[in-house]
Design a protein around this ligand. Structure first.
Ligand SMILES: Nc1ncnc2c1ncn2[C@@H]1O[C@H](COP(=O)(O)OP(=O)(O)OP(=O)(O)O)[C@@H](O)[C@H]1O
Ligand SMILES: [Mg+2]
Length: 280
């Protein structure tokens, strides 16, 4: 039997009992839920081509001595350019593992990842590295700033590594983020929120198309977290950057265009699962 995939979220719905069907020009489309069906009905052309990132049949297996952990078990998903996607799921469900794979930081044990339809395994190591630094900006829960460098030096580092010129744009980005006064500070001389905003500026300095955040507000109090989140959402809404954020925060998931819920190493058909998972 040929596999059927939800054209929006990319889930394999072949064996899904509650799938929703639509007939379009004689062709039957299968969706995991009404939420994907509705997104498709609203913008059929947008979801007709290749997504920015497509994962198909992704397995990730870790071996610890003789113990085998199957973290991802045939994960299928689509990320569409310009979307704000929230990835949710219990601790240990494989969210970070999946995000790292999207950003070419890790490789699947089995399965394929496509970037605009290109199988990323067909790329040389050099292409892979240049795509990783050119197309993706990473923001992690830990800010990962180099402690011996100033905020300004941390932000310019990716430019220096990729042999690009450091321009006045960097100073402007500090000003826009309200961080002009912090440019010469080292990480220990800044608050958590300031460090995360610096980390965000660093992730953006190469002007990536996609921003990948792994619990980017996880270490921040709610007010500071909101400020960082607003910066991220503005980049998505105003500049059309694709934003993929792993989060436990219901408020973040509520604001996303697409929520992807992971369970048992694959997608849940209910994209609003956070409502039941996290709602008290
Ligand atoms: N390098 C590794 N070696 C062995 N096991 C690993 C490795 N990396 C991750 N794992 C295991 O894979 C599982 C999924 O890890 P992952 O970090 O993707 O979870 P997560 O959904 O991001 O969880 P959290 O919400 O706690 O961050 C965990 O059980 C973890 O112990
Ligand atoms: Mg994680």
């Amino acid at each position: 039997m040929e596999n059927k995939y939800d054209p929006v979220c990319g889930m394999n719905v072949t064996k899904l009992s509650g799938q929703v069907k639509t007939k379009q020009g004689g062709e039957e489309k299968h969706f995991c839920s009404e939420s994907c069906q509705k997104r498709f009905a609203d913008l059929p052309d947008r979801f007709a081509g290749e997504p920015l990132i497509r994962m198909r049949g992704i397995w990730k297996i870790f071996m610890m001595g003789k113990a085998k952990t199957e973290v991802l078990r045939g994960l299928d998903l689509n990320i569409w350019a310009g979307d704000f996607v929230a990835i949710i799921g219990a601790s240990g469900s494989g969210k970070s593992t999946a995000l790292n794979m999207m950003g070419l930081l890790d490789r699947p044990s089995k399965g394929k990842i496509f970037w605009r339809g290109q199988d990323v395994e067909s790329w040389s190591e050099k292409t892979r590295a240049s795509r990783r630094s050119g197309e993706f900006g990473f923001v992690f829960q830990q800010y990962n700033l180099l402690s011996w460098l100033t905020a300004y030096e941390n932000v310019t580092l990716p430019l220096i590594f990729s042999g690009k010129k450091v321009t006045e744009k960097v100073k402007k980005s500090f000003a826009d983020a309200g961080l002009t006064e912090r440019m010469k500070h080292r990480p220990t001389e800044m608050s958590g929120g300031e460090q995360q905003r610096v980390a965000l500026l660093r992730s953006l300095v190469n002007d990536p198309q996609v921003i990948l955040g792994d619990e980017p507000t996880g270490n921040l109090d709610s007010k500071t977290g909101d400020r960082v989140l607003k910066m991220l959402i503005d980049l998505n809404k105003d500049q059309g950057k694709t934003l993929v954020v792993v989060t436990h925060d219901v408020d973040i998931a509520e604001q996303a265009d697409q929520v992807i819920a992971l369970k048992d190493g694959a997608l849940l058909p209910d994209h609003r699962a956070h409502k039941s998972v996290y709602a008290e």
